[in-house]
Design a binder for this molecule. Structure first.
Ligand code: GDP
Ligand code: GDP
Length: 437
């Protein structure tokens, strides 16, 4: 599992600037998918080959006592408690504030690796203004400038060091033929209801999966000849034979469940429509290239008017998941659940699809013949051949000349052609353009 680094600090110290710098590869992905939400507070980062998750805890207010702030503070505290390492950001120019002391006290009590970072330190004499931060009782303070990219490398060296990470963390115990399935969604969307209905089904047969004891919540089962492993799902715990939502929503657990899944079943609550949190989770699924199936739960509880609203909110807010199948279900009334399985298997197969170079190239050239890319000034992009650059999610690499002039619209046109030809439903598809010199 990827380790989690949480950015903590009072407002305006530069957390989101630092977040953007740490997760900068994200921008490229965001640009690839129209409508993908940009205001997310968690993302992927990489340092010296080590991948990790960064969470920007936003307005961290340990003493907030009411309403939305209270809820925010609760989730922030939970994220901090579950993170592997904390980066506490202070303002090198603003000096130590009372709020910094509150946060420092809170972090010291947690007793987990914590790195104190003084941001906005560009152009300041090394150490000169930083002595006062020692009174926070968190040891060394590291000067950085998120805006100018200074000190970031040292920050990551120091932050990740205490984690003693293995060299190749990617060797997850993957058993071929077993689909790792995560059910994701906000609190109260119906995750535990659905899972318990599943686990109560006669058609579902439990089996032993070697080497998975580490993950207490993993549930291996077989259904109509296909093996699945239901993996840890946010906020759920197994008590004997039933799943219960004993703790509420956890960002960290959701992210880790998505990371380790082959297919994510994303539940949306029909009575609520698509919320920001839904869009954020969906964005993270896409960013990680996970196969996905959408299910709108509690369909029984909404009237025709609300149904229209929900459908429209999915079309607009989750436009970037157009490639995924959507099901309208009621976990409680056990309606519409059967077809989920076919979509889950289809998404898994699509994510692992093998595409040969000759077939890809022929498809590419046929597509160009059907509709050629637009000339841009003096340049007309020339698409020559294509090959598969990866699986899970599938990546198609296209080679040619002047490909930097290929428009997004044309890329989408090609994506549509490839999706249709290979029946790629339920998986993200990445298209990379490589211009030859
Ligand atoms: P957050 O509220 O902690 O997420 O802070 P932001 O990232 O939104 O930054 C607050 C302000 O500080 C913005 O105006 C940033 O441009 C500025 N800022 C962020 N990092 C730096 C830095 O390294 N140096 C300077 N001088 N300003 C910075
Ligand atoms: P979780 O937090 O995502 O695990 O959600 P739960 O499974 O605990 O469900 C939250 C609430 O929604 C419970 O009161 C369920 O009875 C209710 N619920 C779950 N599925 C449905 C459904 O299909 N229709 C309706 N009307 N209510 C449902």
């Amino acid at each position: 599992m990827k380790p989690v680094l949480a950015l903590v600090g009072r407002p305006n110290v530069g957390k989101s600037t630092l977040f953007n710098r740490l997760t900068k590869s994200r921008d490229a992905i965001v640009a690839d998918y129209s409508g993908l939400t940009r205001d997310r507070h968690y993302g992927n980062a990489k340092h010296s080959g080590q991948e990790f998750i960064v969470i920007d805890t936003g307005g961290f207010e340990p003493d907030a006592t009411s309403g939305i702030y209270k809820e925010m503070a609760k989730q922030t505290r939970q994220a901090v408690a579950e993170a592997d390492v904390i980066v506490f950001v202070v303002d090198a120019r603003g000096g130590v504030s009372a709020q910094d002391h509150d946060i420092a006290n809170y972090l010291r009590r947690l007793g987990k690796p914590c790195l104190l970072v003084a941001n906005k330190a560009e152009g300041m004499l090394e150490g000169a203004h930083l002595v006062e931060f020692y009174e926070l009782g968190l040891g060394e303070v590291l000067p950085v400038s998120a805006a100018h990219g200074q000190g970031i490398r040292s920050l990551l060296d120091l932050a990740l060091k205490p984690l003693n990470l293995p060299d190749s963390p990617d060797d997850e115990e993957t058993v071929p033929g077993v689909i790792k399935l995560a059910v994701a969604g906000r609190p109260n969307v119906g995750k535990s209801t659905l899972i318990n209905v599943w686990l109560g089904e006669e058609r579902l047969v439990a089996f032993d999966l070697p080497g998975t004891t580490r993950d207490a919540i993993s549930v291996p089962f077989e259904r109509e000849g296909q093996k699945f492993e239901l993996i840890d799902t946010a906020g759920l715990r197994r008590r004997g034979k039933v799943f219960e939502a004993i703790e509420k929503f956890s960002v960290v657990k959701t992210l880790q469940a998505i990371e380790s899944a082959n297919v994510v079943l994303l539940l949306i609550d029909a009575t609520q429509g698509v919320t920001d949190q839904d869009a954020h989770i969906a964005g993270y699924i896409l960013e990680n290239g996970r196969a996905v199936v959408l299910a709108v739960n509690k369909w029984d509880a909404v009237d025709d008017y609300q149904r229209e609203l929900v459908k429209r909110s999915i079309e607009t807010r989750l436009a970037f998941l157009k490639f995924a199948n959507m099901h309208l279900i009621s976990a409680q009334k056990r309606q519409g659940l059967g077809p989920l399985w076919a979509s889950i298997i289809q998404a898994y197969k699509a994510a692992n699809c093998k595409m040969s170079t000759p077939v890809l190239t022929r498809l590419l050239l046929e597509s160009v013949q059907f509709q050629s890319p637009k000339r841009s000034g003096m340049y007309r992009p020339k698409l020559r051949y294509a090959h598969q650059g990866g699986m899970n999610p599938p990546i198609i690499v296209i080679h040619g000349n002047s490909l930097e002039h290929v428009t997004d619209a044309y890329k989408r046109f090609l994506e549509g052609r490839f999706r249709q030809a290979f029946d790629l439903v339920g998986t993200p598809l990445r298209i990379e353009l490589k211009t030859s010199a």
